[in-house]
Design a protein around this ligand. Structure first.
Ligand code: FAD
Ligand code: UDP
Length: 366
């Protein structure tokens, strides 16, 4: 065999694993079907601005090991994500906090806000939330559900909130302080040189082949290395033998504008169902940019079909049960490891992918 490891996917999982294996003296080949490294965290420069090609990526973690690890490859700025949510002509602060409660109900103290939410929860009659709709109402009441959750979530996931699992909305904090920080984590920021620079450093000294799809060269590639780390879709690896897992697709529309400040914030969500995009990001604000121009991206959720990029796993009971069947097949493999958002079919953020890749490398390279 020419290589110790064939790593399918030059995204964050593949790059962290490749870096760790190379440090341990292993010979790796990383392939990716795209024409660039980085997977979904890929950034490029336009008009002096780092553009997040596949949507806003804000690094956040409370895990010291992950924070120390990533800081070997980047310096982070002090960006704190504080998105605004737009419904009609009104703007609301996110995540759900005292500013939001004041904007909606005019309440000025935590006690008043809690009382209003409790009243709305009681009126709804929900005690044990069974789905995202009931979970959201029991967290923040009916008004906020109707304005800030219902439309956004239905278009993001392509189905009503009552048909989605609760865990998705539990990602968002609910706070009774005037704090617009989207995350509760100890560490947060944007890498000053962009995310691609991180992946370049992770892959320093590693052989990389781009525009190379594993499935177009499967027989040859399976013979090239002792072991395979696969970060593509696990159901595709098994030729969909148990059926297709569901994913949610996205379409990004990016434009450079001849103005220096389009929306005054890095992220503005559009929460009405009728607006076809979920958010507009203005990239310069992730880095407090002062350039003359600005670059914005509208993010449109789309129905996923085979052949398109699978951005989000849809982790409902049906898909999780199907994934378990693929996982059982994966457990029987003696030279293939599955990792990352697609390989493990998990709604992983970057810090979780790094932790998973480091754990995987620890176990594998022990
Ligand atoms: P990927 O980045 O998907 O990498 C997998 C790679 O494998 C891809 O490059 C793909 O081209 C390649 N590949 C797949 N199949 C094949 C094949 N057959 N042959 C060759 N190559 C193949 N996380 C955060 O922490 N903060 C955020 O703010 C955040 N925002 C996000 C916003 C959006 C819109 C999305 C979609 C994700 C966001 N994430 C965020 C999550 C983050 O993108 C992921 O956690 C991370 O990129 C996953 O890394 P990965 O290596 O598992 O997968
Ligand atoms: N969400 C919402 N309204 C918002 C923002 C988020 O209802 O203004 C819900 C939506 O269901 C979304 C989930 O919260 O899928 C998680 O949001 P997050 O910002 O973490 O999603 P991501 O950035 O991963 O797309």
């Amino acid at each position: 065999m020419k290589y110790d490891y064939l790593i399918v996917g030059a995204g964050l999982f593949g790059a962290v694993f490749a870096c760790e294996a190379t440090r341990k003296g292993k010979k790796c080949l990383v392939i990716d079907k795209r024409d660039h490294i980085g997977g979904n965290i890929y950034t490029y420069e336009e008009a002096g601005i780092q553009v997040h090609k596949y949507g806003a990526h804000i690094f956040h973690t409370s895990d010291d090991r992950v924070w120390r690890y990533i800081n070997q490859f980047a310096t982070f700025n002090r960006f704190t994500n504080s998105p605004m949510a737009r419904f009609g002509d009104k703007l609301y602060n996110m995540p759900f906090n005292m500013n939001t409660f004041y904007q909606l109900w005019g309440v000025t103290t935590p006690a008043e806000a809690k009382a209003e939410i409790a009243r709305q929860v009681q009126e709804s009659g929900i005690s044990k939330p069974k789905n995202l709709e009931e979970q959201a109402i029991s967290m923040v009441g009916k008004d906020i559900y109707e304005i800030l959750v219902k439309g956004y979530t239905a278009k993001q996931w392509g189905r009503p909130c009552a048909e989605l699992p609760s865990f998705i909305i539990k990602r968002l904090p609910v706070r009774f302080t005037f704090d617009n920080n989207y995350f509760n984590d100890l560490y947060q920021g944007i890498p000053t040189e962009g995310y691609t620079a991180i992946v370049e450093k992770l892959l320093q000294g590693v052989e990389v082949k781009l525009s190379c799809d594993f499935f177009s060269n499967r027989t040859e590639l399976e013979e090239i290395a002792d072991r395979i780390v696969f970060t593509g879709m696990i159901d595709q690896y098994y030729d969909y033998c148990y059926g297709e897992l569901e994913y949610r697709g996205l379409r990004f529309e990016t434009e450079t504008l001849d103005c220096d400040n389009f929306q005054g914030n890095a992220v503005i969500n559009y929460n009405e169902y009728e607006v076809p995009y979920t958010r507009i990001i203005e990239h310069k604000h992730f880095a407090f940019g002062t350039q003359e121009k600005t670059v914005i991206t509208r993010e449109y959720p789309t129905k996923w079909e085979r052949g398109q990029e699978p951005y989000y796993p849809v982790n409902n009971d049906k898909n999780n049960a199907l994934y378990e069947k693929y996982r059982a097949l994966a457990a029987k493999e003696n030279r293939v490891i599955f990792g990352g958002r697609l390989g493990q079919y998990r709604y992983f953020d970057m810090h979780q992918v790094i932790a998973a890749a480091l754990d995987c490398a620890d176990q594998e390279l022990r």
